[in-house]
Design a protein around this ligand. Structure first.
Ligand code: TYD
Length: 226
């Protein structure tokens, strides 16, 4: 009899705060990440702003391969994102959280679940397990979902589309609905905001929610800011 898969190891507790921004392409995640970062630094927190894929030097190589390299099958694509995540969490996110920093990442595990699990049809549960294994069980304290209609996101995009952006609107609709389902299933860990709102309004709502999660400001208060 095959053994059932063992559950992923639970992440050890950390001192910092881990926030992920998720949503479709063109939702304005990077803008909101940067606004949150400036506000938090002003409060005296050590802040680490990062992204997936591509938050580390190896991650930048993987990002280029998965978004702009040769065409790959869905499983290879899922493993490239998982590899990026494993290295990102191990080498950058976890050490920062252990120091007490606030880490804000532009995309994380839910992107894999929505794009590869749902969009590519690999199975949300399988991809979640793969990602949790890669990240040694680390899940965000809060995920801010910037919900965007794929047509609006498409119109906001600049530059040549990457492999994912080239997918048809139906793929992006499915991804959008999967993000919304994930948020609806665990409202205590999500904040869903309409990406069409003015950016200051989105920022104010994000600030209000993040404020309740913050650790005591660390040594950054004494001037050691990143
Ligand atoms: P992103 O950095 O948001 O793209 P850009 O800066 O060009 O707006 O994300 C890159 C793409 O990678 C995006 O289309 C979503 C996709 N992606 C996945 O498919 N799975 C994942 O696990 C992650 C993190 C991203």
């Amino acid at each position: 009899m095959p053994r059932p898969p063992s559950p992923p190891a639970a992440a050890p507790p950390h001192r910092g705060c881990f926030v992920a921004l998720e949503g479709g392409d063109g939702a304005g995640k990077t803008t909101q990440r940067d606004l949150l970062g400036s506000w938090l630094r002003g409060l005296g927190h050590e802040v680490v702003l990062t992204r997936e894929p591509g938050g580390t030097p190896l991650g930048r190589v993987l990002r280029d391969a998965v978004l702009h390299g040769e065409d790959v099958d869905p499983r290879t694509e899922a493993l490239l994102y998982a590899t990026d995540r494993a290295h990102h969490v191990h080498s950058l996110v976890r050490p920062a959280l252990a120091r007490g920093a606030v880490v804000i990442t532009d995309r994380y595990l839910d992107s894999s679940v929505a794009y590869q699990g749902s969009g590519r049809g690999l199975g949300p549960a399988e991809i979640r397990d793969l990602s949790l294994w890669a990240a040694e069980g680390l899940v965000p304290d809060l995920t801010i979902l910037l919900d965007v209609d794929p047509a609006t996101g498409d119109a906001r995009r600049t530059g040549d589309p990457d492999r994912i952006e080239r997918e048809p609107t139906e793929f992006h609709r499915q991804v959008r609905h999967h993000f919304l389902d994930l948020a609806a299933a665990a409202p205590e860990r999500y904040l869903v905001l309409d990406a069409a709102l003015p950016r200051e309004q989105i920022h104010a709502a994000a600030r209000a929610r993040v404020a309740g999660l913050l650790p005591a400001p660390g040594p950054a208060l004494t001037g050691r800011q990143r």
